[in-house]
Design a protein around this ligand. Sequence first.
Ligand SMILES: [Zn+2]
Length: 240
Amino acid sequence: MDDIILGGVYMKITYIGHSGFMVELEQTWMLFDYYKGEIPVLPKGKRGFVFASHRHSDHFNPEIFRLAESGGVTFILSSDIWKKRIPEYVKEQSVHLKPNTEFSAEGIRVHTLRSTDEGVAFLVEAEGKTIYHAGDLNNWYWKEESKEWNQNMDEKFRSYIEPLRGKKIDAAFIPLDPRQEEYYSLGMDYFLNLADAVQVYPMHFWGEPEIISRWYEEHLDSPDRNRVVKISYEGEIFQQ
Ligand SMILES: [Zn+2]
């Protein structure tokens, strides 16, 4: 596929599957939460960053360490991922980040938020673009849980995501999980109001992109309709 360059600012986003995305900028590529599916061909001559938000098997697959072979790759891992799972040959290229920490390397700045599940969410700045990947930071309201549990979750979610209030974000990756039934969009709707995100890519929908259509059907008058990206298949490419 030809690359599109818009006024020198370029961003290509590939939906790989579940919470896995590849983001390509002019000099940088970033892979987020890969666990299965096809990783796009790595662009040559660019800096690479591979992120894993936590150790759950739907967010972290040790297969990612093979990408070290292409050179110039840094692994940015949540500190809950056991060090013994990291092969010796990539240890020097890996950093382990706790919640609420900063990391900078050539061409990139990363800030982590605490998750309401395990690990972290990533706020990344590179080449003048700001990208947010939530990992499992979401309002995990479950009907089976007690009122107190859900209330506590709601409070934690609001406080952990508060650093994003008013934040200008170019691309945000946000859970929209059909398992939560009628509460599926609590977290995403809160995020849409909180942050100033240009495009929001729903994720973590377990192979059921129809949940995005449901959101559209249930948000007929929402001013956010043009910001929520309709993902329909794995491998789909978006440009912005
Ligand atoms: Zn998950």
